[in-house]
Design a protein. Structure first.
Length: 261
């Protein structure tokens, strides 16, 4: 009986190792292949020239600046809208939480083409000149990231005892907005960082809306030069992935340090 149990346990262990190896190959093989292709040239071996050419291209610099400005504005607007909303729903109207969650997932079922078409008509009627501005993408991006960012912030808010925090602050003469800024926000820093990372990742990769509204962002630039410098695009994709992983690792480490006594 003991030998059978050991044999079964060893078999299970080998199956787990095999599944882990397959998963590692599945996730890392494309990543390694992109790096090998992007940081090499026939006859030159390892080189950063393709990535340097893609980054130093005047059109590329213009696209990167455009994307960084839009990303910063989208992140700030997303936090300014969602953090007070999530806190209010959990504190004052918990019965509306289900309805708000249902509304927050609506962007997942609305195609980007339909959203851009509706926004274009809205802009033309109320703000005709705004559609040509880079900032016209910001409200659309906020809508696009709302399903994921809402849940990232909501998960952090649900771990707090909001009633106790606001009641204690009110007993000391503090206002609700002051309590939100000075007490609640510091306790939500991991959730806010997670939501911000999701927002940044989406802004750095969104192509359809920017292309339909004729804005020259970084994803549009990558698609444009993919036919002339495919190795540079592969290198930039690899670098972007590494930066995203580093951000995820830093947020995970911050979250663990916050949970420690």
């Amino acid at each position: 009986m003991l030998g059978t149990a050991r044999s079964s346990k060893a078999k299970t262990s080998w199956i787990q190792i095999a599944v882990l190896l397959v998963a590692l190959v599945f996730f890392f093989a494309p990543w390694i292949a992109a790096a090998a292709f992007g940081f090499s040239r026939p006859g030159e071996g390892l080189t950063f020239t393709p990535a340097t050419e893609a980054l130093t291209n005047p059109r590329g610099i213009e696209a990167i600046k455009e994307t960084l400005l839009i990303t910063a504005a989208t992140t700030v607007m997303m936090l300014a809208l969602l953090v007070p909303t999530v806190v209010f729903v959990n504190l004052k109207a918990p019965k509306l939480a289900t309805i708000v969650e249902m509304v927050s997932v609506m962007p997942l079922v609305v195609p980007a083409v339909a959203l851009v078409s509706g926004a274009s008509e809205f802009y033309r009627i109320l703000l005709p000149g705004f559609i040509n501005s880079r900032w016209s993408l910001v409200p659309l991006y906020v809508i696009l990231v709302m399903p994921l960012c809402y849940r990232a912030i909501d998960a952090g808010v649900k771990t707090l005892h909001l009633d106790t925090l606001f009641a204690a602050a009110a007993s000391l003469g503090d206002t609700q907005w002051s309590t939100l800024i000075r007490v609640v926000l510091p306790n939500l820093r991991v959730s806010i960082l997670s939501a911000s990372l999701l927002c940044i990742a989406m802004c750095l990769s969104e192509f359809a809306m920017a292309s339909l509204l004729l804005h020259y962002t970084f994803p549009v630039y990558m698609v444009e030069i993919s036919s002339t410098n495919p190795r540079g695009i592969a290198a930039l994709s690899f670098i972007t992935t590494v930066i995203t992983w580093l951000l995820l690792a830093s947020i995970s480490r911050l979250s663990r340090s916050q949970k420690q006594p």
